[in-house]
Design a protein around this ligand. Structure first.
Ligand code: IPE
Ligand code: IPE
Ligand code: MG
Length: 240
């Protein structure tokens, strides 16, 4: 498989450890994480990735110390205002994915303004999962169907999920040397390829991204079939 993954999803983990190693406050790591994200989004667009989805704040991150949570909210609002012109110039269409209730009016206003301003762009669809949890998403989708009195089918449920506007991720990357999903795209990652990087998120750069893509390209995605079936399918496709 030589294709560039159409949809890359990333658990951006390791900001706090990156800062602690340098005797800096954790928030300094989160600020550096924004720079890493800006570089990564640009690199994805340059490589022909169609959709980038990142995990920026989980449903469970509210459990952190109050100062860290409020610092993260401030960094989010500032980063959004600062990055918006460049995102516009790069043709990025922004989406914020997650539970909106519980977020401050400042955060909500920033989200709504950025989504509105970028909605006609089409070079890269950029989903920022904020106050997001995979379980929250499945529950809100099921509740929507229940309210409509609909039977629950796989197709209906997937259409009611918060990421219904994009296909499932081909590649899920997690930085920060942890090998777990931490309530990220539980439904959508059913057949994603996983790549775990030991790099802490602020240190994740273009070289690391290319390594992840190269590793992905060496995988065989079988979706339940046998390897022989895939080879036969590819041969008949080329002779047809
Ligand atoms: C990821 O980095 C960013 C968020 C969860 C907001 P962490 O803050 O989890 O960094 P570590 O894992 O403590 O190093
Ligand atoms: C996952 O990282 C969430 C984000 C990157 C936003 P965490 O640091 O919160 O994950 P755990 O707690 O180590 O599993
Ligand atoms: Mg972490």
């Amino acid at each position: 498989m030589r294709q560039i993954p159409h949809h890359i999803a990333i658990v951006m983990d390791g900001n706090g450890r990156w800062a602690s190693k340098r005797f800096l406050p954790r928030l300094a790591g989160h600020k550096q994480g924004v720079d890493a994200l800006r570089r990564c989004a640009k690199a994805c667009a340059q490589r022909g990735v169609g959709v980038l989805t990142v995990f920026a704040f989980s449903s469970e991150n509210w459990r952190r110390p109050v100062d860290e949570v409020s610092g993260l909210m401030d960094i989010f609002v500032m980063a959004l205002a600062r990055q918006l012109p460049q995102l516009q110039a790069d043709g990025v269409q922004l989406h914020f994915v997650g539970e909106r209730s519980g977020l401050s009016t400042k955060v909500l206003a920033g989200m709504e303004q950025a989504e509105l301003a970028t909605r006609d762009n089409s070079d890269l669809v950029f989903n920022v999962c904020f106050n997001y949890g995979g379980r929250w998403d499945i529950v809100q989708a099921a509740a929507k169907l229940a309210a409509q009195g609909k039977p629950v089918t796989e197709l209906d449920l997937s259409r009611a999920l918060a990421l219904a506007h994009v296909p499932d991720p081909d590649l899920v990357i997690r930085t920060g040397a942890e090998q777990r999903i931490s309530n990220f795209l539980l439904w959508q990652s059913a057949y994603s390829e996983f790549y775990f990087s030991d790099k802490l998120w602020p240190a994740f750069d273009e070289v690391e991204l290319d390594l992840a893509i190269k590793t992905y390209q060496q995988r065989e995605r079988r979706f339940g079939k046998t390897s022989d079936q895939l080879v036969a399918g590819a041969a008949s496709a080329t002779t047809a």
